[in-house]
Design a protein around this ligand. Structure first.
Ligand code: BG6
Length: 483
């Protein structure tokens, strides 16, 4: 898809995401020649600030967060694309002012009325902004329009549906880009071609060989300064409903021989729709939730969740979530998927592990081997490794060894860069469509109810550990363990 000249309107231009991710992403795209030839970028924020000051804030963010060093000579032309508009999302006059600015720039630059709106704002403002975009005529333009929305997309099935209904009054489904930055991680984007380019994997990744799949997204950070949001969201809304379920479906669609057999016709929605619902009364059998207590993370003592600033000292919010999922789909029937995520764990790591069936037994010693594993590390490093067994000459058994391929993640494009580029071109492949979001909330909903009705215990785990002990028991029924 070719890039077309356009206006990029950023709501929340003074926020954290803009500084850390969006400005650096735009700059790196610019260096790679991946911005439209002429682009007008309009940043919106509540406070007054001149264009010059805004541009110098953008510059500061680039020096602080760009993955590549700044080319002083190319900087002025990049910054010149930016304009600022002080803005109150609830006030209709603000939208008329914005419309005027957008149109003036379009005329000045001689570009068509192609408009991309990026909402990096509090969830409560999304409805208000989209309805004002329509009422003020900004979204009734003579060109294409697109809307990028950040998570959280609702906080329950009901609120997500309502939000979607409101958005669809102004934007068509194909104009809405629901961002899930895990879908922008380079390794996740590579899953699609992994089997296509490596026919030997097709014979490995099949129903007969795979014993279980484990997906982990662990973090060392705690709640940081986001208690306001996080204490209401918890790990289940913050990580599971979106990132983890997306990883489950990406794995189930692409790491399967069925993908080849069906010529890629299995869709992500087919997979989410076939996730077996977990009944709230039975949730305790396949879900473990936890909250970190005080401990030590990589040598540094840290406080427990309840002591964090902004968190209620009787909070029952979860900072850890693990579950056993079943997918009732011909490719995955009977193969459990285990997922887990947590804050303040022992390491920062996102990975997909495929554990293979293991039937090897040494005839002489009767000693078994360890299962073969395929590990796809998604972040912070990217690697693919395969664990095989070798006869260990120094003992009577087998010794597992790794066949390893790692790439350095240094100077790889960041998730936001890849996703923004797709949205600029109008390619929504790596964005979550409404059906996926709705189905994932549907799967989550009984668990939220189980929380509310106190049907699921909350286990404590020391900061710096791998989570509550109970999470290990989830795998015992399958005679496995977390890798
Ligand atoms: C965000 C969550 O979506 O993802 C954060 O809101 C979390 O709580 C972050 O820390 C993790 O992303 P990454 O890319 O660091 O794994």
């Amino acid at each position: 898809r070719p890039l077309q000249n356009m206006t990029f309107v950023l709501f929340g231009a003074t926020g954290d995401l803009a500084q850390r991710k969006l400005f650096p992403a735009l700059y790196n795209l610019y260096l790679d020649g991946k911005l439209p030839e002429t682009i007008s970028i309009v940043g919106l924020g509540r406070n007054y600030c001149s264009d010059e000051i805004f541009q110098s804030k953008v510059e500061k963010a680039l020096y602080a967060y760009s993955r590549r060093s700044i080319h002083a000579s190319s900087l002025p032309a990049f910054l010149e694309k930016f304009r600022y508009c002080s803005f109150d999302a609830t006030e209709k006059e603000s939208y008329y002012k914005l419309r005027e600015l957008i149109e003036n720039r379009e005329n000045e630059l001689g570009i068509p009325q192609n408009r991309l709106f990026y909402l990096s704002v509090a969830p409560s403002l999304i409805d208000i902004i989209t309805s004002h975009l329509s009422k003020s005529g900004i979204s009734q333009n003579n060109g294409w329009k697109r809307l990028i929305v950040e998570k959280p997309f609702g906080n329950s099935l009901k609120t997500a549906r309502k939000l979607n209904e409101n958005l669809s009054n102004v934007f068509r489904e194909e104009e809405i880009y629901r961002i899930d930055h895990y879908l922008g991680k380079p390794m996740v984007q590579k899953l699609r071609t992994l089997i296509l380019a490596n026919p030997i994997l097709e014979s490995l990744l099949n129903h007969k060989q795979i014993s279980n799949v484990q997906i982990t997204a662990s973090e060392t950070v705690g709640v940081e300064n986001r208690a306001d949001y996080y204490d209401k969201a918890g790990a289940i809304r913050d990580m599971v409903q979106n990132h983890l379920l997306q990883l489950v479906t990406m794995t189930a669609v692409y790491l399967s021989d069925n993908f080849m057999k069906n010529k890629g016709r299995v869709k992500k929605t087919d997979i989410i729709a076939s996730l077996q619902p977990i009944r709230k009364e039975k949730a305790y059998q396949s879900v473990v939730r936890g909250q970190y207590g005080p401990g030590e993370v990589q040598g540094n003592p840290v406080i427990g969740y309840k002591e964090e600033p902004g968190v209620n000292d009787s909070s029952t919010n979860d900072t850890f979530f693990a579950a056993r999922l079943s997918i009732e789909h011909p490719s995955w029937n009977g193969i459990p998927f285990y997922i887990r995520t947590g804050k303040r764990m022992n390491q920062k790591s996102t990975q997909i592990v495929i554990e293979f069936e293991n039937k090897v037994m040494d005839l002489n010693t009767q000693l078994g081997s360890s299962p073969n594993l395929m590990i796809l590390e998604i972040s912070p490093n990217e690697s693919i490794s395969l664990r095989v067994n070798l006869k260990d000459p120094s003992s009577t058994g087998y010794k597992p060894v790794w066949i390893d391929f790692s790439t350095s993640s240094e100077n790889q494009p960041e998730a936001y860069e890849l996703l923004l580029y797709d949205a600029l071109r109008g390619d929504s492949t790596f964005f979550a469509d409404w059906r996926e979001v709705e189905l994932s909330w549907k799967w989550i909903q009984p668990l939220l109810e189980a929380y509310q009705e106190e049907l699921l215990p909350l286990y404590s785990y020391p900061a710096g550990s791998t989570g509550p002990e109970m999470a290990n028991e989830l795998l015992l029924t399958d005679q496995s363990k977390w890798w």
